[in-house]
Design a protein around this ligand. Structure first.
Ligand code: NAD
Length: 262
């Protein structure tokens, strides 16, 4: 039985990469659910802007600025949660390295891809688990993978390898933390219409959202013939964190408008 009859209300969540995009949508949703939320993001500028945005709708979140690959920054981030908040029992790992290269990738590019997405993921998860009581059947982790974890995409070797590793990481950590009651899952979003994707489609492809969604090689690859809004990823993440998902661990949930179904 959950110690939290009100679901997520009153609990503390840490969201890496929570200043923008999917992470920001998760932060907003968890704040709205009544969680205490700590954003851990390397961008002070976007982190503060996110706090402002939340304030404008009557919500608040704490901010720790730092890189998920830096053990000192991770220690400081967990210490930055206000003392009156309960120990964090919810973790969402969104921060990632966005490096898109094929076999030509240099060692530096491989590090830029794998260090945040896998090494940082591991360090943050370890710090989170170390802070939990010996057993906590309400604790939950959600890692953000991608449809790219499941498929080959030309020129995406570095990114897709890093995201495939998130699936393996999720299963192994689910096994390792299961004796302590902690659930660990991932979600695999398809294309999510955030600021970066909007800029990429406009500047590189010369497409606005409606035109891109109507194109067979873009939106047409999704059964639903469109991209996702960040809130549509935040919702299943919230479900996987919640006591409603109490018997779900070690799985990946595609949130992809049917992309992987065909
Ligand atoms: N946007 C998509 O279409 C899409 C699709 C599938 C999966 N994803 C995954 O979702 C997650 C979020 O992606 P997004 O598109 O919302 O990204 P985004 O670029 O909008 O936001 C990423 C946030 O992470 C922060 N960040 C990056 N590296 C960091 C680090 N080393 N330490 C701390 N913070 C760091 C950035 O400052 C930024 O605020 C990523 O794991 C990404 O791979 C995104």
């Amino acid at each position: 039985m959950s110690r939290y009859p009100n679901g997520l209300r009153g609990r503390t969540a840490v969201v890496t990469g929570g200043a923008q995009g999917i992470g920001a949508a998760v932060v907003k949703r968890l704040c709205a659910e009544g969680c205490h939320v700590l954003i851990f993001d390397k961008s002070a500028e976007h982190g503060k802007a996110m706090q402002e945005l939340l304030r404008s709708v009557g919500l608040t979140a704490a901010l720790a600025v730092g890189d998920v690959t830096d053990p000192v920054a991770i220690r400081d981030a967990f210490a930055a949660a206000p003392a009156h908040w309960p120990t964090p029992t919810l973790l969402v790992n969104c921060a990632a390295g966005f490096v898109f290269e094929g076999l030509a990738a240099t060692p530096d590019q491989w590090h830029a891809a794998l260090d945040p997405t896998i090494v940082g993921l591991s360090l943050v998860t370890r710090a989170f688990a170390d802070g939990l009581p010996e057993r906590d059947a309400d604790a939950a982790i959600v890692n953000i993978a991608s449809i790219s974890a499941h498929i080959a995409q030309d020129g995406y070797l570095t990114y897709n390898t890093s995201k495939a590793a998130v699936l393996g990481f999720t299963r192994c950590v689910a096994q390792e933390l299961a004796p302590r009651g902690v659930r660990v899952n991932s979600v695999s979003p398809g294309t999510v219409w955030n600021a970066n994707n909007e800029r990429y489609h406009r500047e590189v492809l010369g497409l606005d959202r409606a035109t891109a969604e109507a194109a067979p090689e873009h939106g047409g690859k999704f059964l639903l013939q469109r991209f996702a809004d960040p809130a549509e990823v935040a919702a299943p993440v919230t479900f996987l964190l919640s006591p409603e998902a109490s018997f779900i661990t070690g799985v990946d949930l595609p949130v992809d408008g049917g992309y992987l179904a065909v």
